[in-house]
Design a protein around this ligand. Structure first.
Ligand code: MLC
Ligand code: AMP
Length: 502
């Protein structure tokens, strides 16, 4: 028996002295060194008694060692469960309880506070030190890969839910591998490529799209801890490709050092995770000569569509369904197939589509049809050339700088505060993050609302990127005849509410 994901992504690179990671200080880590460390970590994890299928929750700063932990989990058949470093203890306790993770790997500063949340806790710091690394250093540098089936789980990624409860998307080895294979071909990745990697590695984009393609192609990544404009400008001449959320592109455009000459060695810029404004696409081409390739995906499905590598990359569209991905537009009420040009819900089917939500059969059945089509919650159309355009969201979702925020989760926190009768959380336009979070509060009669105390509560319970940038007090919320809050009305009337404070 084999381990398809490990065999395809990692095994061919064992012993290769080619550079895998090029760090900000220009030091390099070869594939051979990286995979030796991964093998040591796999030995360390199994020495703790972890067995195939166990979940390993990981909330650590981005580092080569954090990526080696992903490789170690694949090699030892453990289910990798990466978590945003911004999540609070309150948020983490839910993920750990819901997933039943056997091990939590976190930063040393959090260890004491989090130690009761998982049966075992190890530490890993951004500089590559910590008890996981100490334990690994004492292990063998080879590891007998644990066999897995293509349908076995490789990762569990939590995605927020419309009801406020996060759902663990179960991703199999086949889900990840099939998508990486298709994308590597479609985007022409070869061993000569150098990918500029400034995304976080706790989400699909930075972890699977960027990293898995690099591994499959056997190429290198300039591996930066985060998006830092100075580091980006300095690294661009050493790269051939870049993947980013739209904020990466608007920030590059805003910097006078970003010129055609700086991007001369680049062959491909890819954008996704949030809508790229057609205007940004055009400005970027005018300045750099590069047409950004926009693609569309999500945690549950990996990537679904992409603009073509050769051919017309059309601004304002997310391109064509990827090979092996079926995409259709259906009527949200009846599920009936709609014709090209008609707006409806986007449904997708293929090897890329996840296995369901962890221990949530009802939610899985709501979104994943028996015939394998997944209802994405995005609204769109297929135009005459077969390109997909996303025109809105059927789900109440804010995307800020590429991070998803489900308003319900924030509203539940606001509603629980003293003096708050009800609340509505909306996304309003933001030049840097695309959308920013705005909270609208209706006080109870005669209540003395303390917005500072409410923000403090939000800070304790929610990751920073979910915090409202401003709270607005209204006497009541606009409602339709059915009594449903009209968020579109709020979005329209409050679209400039943040600008007033900037
Ligand atoms: C940071 N902050 C954010 C934020 N990122 N607030 C809202 N939304 C965000 N995305 C907060 C910080 O904590 C800080 O708070 C303040 O905003 C300013 O921060 P900054 O220094 O300007 O932000 P920065 O650290 O530079 O991060 C911005 C960013 C980052 C855009 C570079 O958010 C990022 O890397 N985003 C990528 C997300 C991603 O990978 N998404 C893929 C999901 S997978 P304070 O209080 O300190 O001022 C997916 C599927 C698919 O969607 O299709 O790919
Ligand atoms: P996530 O749940 O974090 O994986 O986010 C997935 C969501 O991001 C999708 O359902 C879309 O709403 C959105 N998304 C991803 N790529 C794009 C894109 N290129 N254009 C518009 N929205 C996108």
């Amino acid at each position: 028996m084999t381990n398809p994901l490990f065999d395809a992504l990692f095994a061919p690179n064992i012993g290769s002295e080619r550079p895998f990671l090029i760090l900000a200080d220009r030091s390099q880590i070869s594939y051979a060194a990286f995979l030796r460390q991964a093998a040591q970590m796999a030995n360390a994890l199994t020495s703790l008694g972890l067995v195939a299928g166990d979940r390993v929750a990981v909330q650590v700063e981005k580092s080569p060692q954090a990526l080696a932990l992903y490789a170690a989990c694949v090699q030892s058949g453990l289910v990798f469960l990466p978590l945003n470093t911004g999540y609070t203890t309150h948020e983490l306790s839910y993920f750990l309880e819901n997933s039943g993770a056997s091990l939590l790997v976190c930063g040393g500063a959090q260890e004491a506070e989090l130690s009761s949340l998982a049966p075992r806790v190890l530490t890993l710091e951004g500089d590559g030190s910590g008890s996981l690394v100490d334990l690994s250093a004492r292990q063998q540098k080879v590891f007998d890969t644990v066999p897995r089936e293509a349908n076995d789980l490789a990762a569990l990624l939590y995605t927020s839910g419309t009801t406020g409860r996060s759902k663990g998307a179960m991703l199999s080895q086949r889900n990840l591998l099939s998508n990486a294979e298709v994308l590597k071909e479609c985007w022409h990745f070869s061993p000569d490529d150098v990918l500029l990697h400034a995304l976080p590695i706790f989400h699909t984009h930075g972890l699977f799209v960027a990293t898995n393609i690099t591994l499959l192609a056997g190429c290198s990544m300039v591996f930066l801890p985060k998006f830092d404009i100075d580091q980006m400008i300095s690294a661009l001449p050493r790269a051939t490709t870049m993947m980013g959320v739209p904020t990466f592109y608007t920030r590059l455009l805003d910097d006078a050092r970003f010129t055609k000459e700086l991007a001369a060695g680049m062959r491909l810029f890819i954008s996704g995770s949030a809508p790229l404004l057609a205007e940004t696409h055009k400005q970027f081409e005018a300045l750099s000569g590069h047409r950004i390739l926009e693609r569309y995906g999500m945690t549950e499905t990996n990537m679904n569509t992409s603009n073509p590598y050769d051919g017309d990359r059309r601004a304002g569209t997310v391109g064509l369904p990827l090979p092996g991905v079926e995409l259709k537009i259906t009527d949200p009420d009846t599920g009936a197939l709609l014709s090209n040009g008609e707006v409806g819900q986007i449904e997708v089917r293929g090897d890329n589509v996840f296995q369901g939500y962890w221990q949530m059969p009802k939610k899985t059945a709501d979104e994943l049809r028996e015939d394998g089509f997944f209802i994405t919650g995005d609204l769109g159309l297929i135009d005459e050339q077969g390109y997909v355009q996303i025109v809105g969201r059927g789900k109440d979702l804010i995307i800020s700088g590429g991070y998803n925020i489900y308003p319900k989760e924030v509203e539940l926190v606001l509603d629980a505060q003293p003096g708050v009768l009800e609340s509505a959380v909306i996304g309003v336009p933001d030049s840097d993050f695309g959308e920013a979070v705005l909270g609208v509060i209706v006080p109870e009669p005669n209540a003395d609302i303390q917005t500072d105390a409410i923000m403090e509560a939000a800070r304790n319970e929610l990751a920073r990127f979910k915090h409202p940038r401003r709270l607005i007090i209204l006497d009541n919320l606009p409602r339709n005849a059915m009594g449903k809050v009209q968020k579109n009305v709020l979005r329209e009337t409050l679209k400039s509410a943040l600008k007033a404070t900037q």
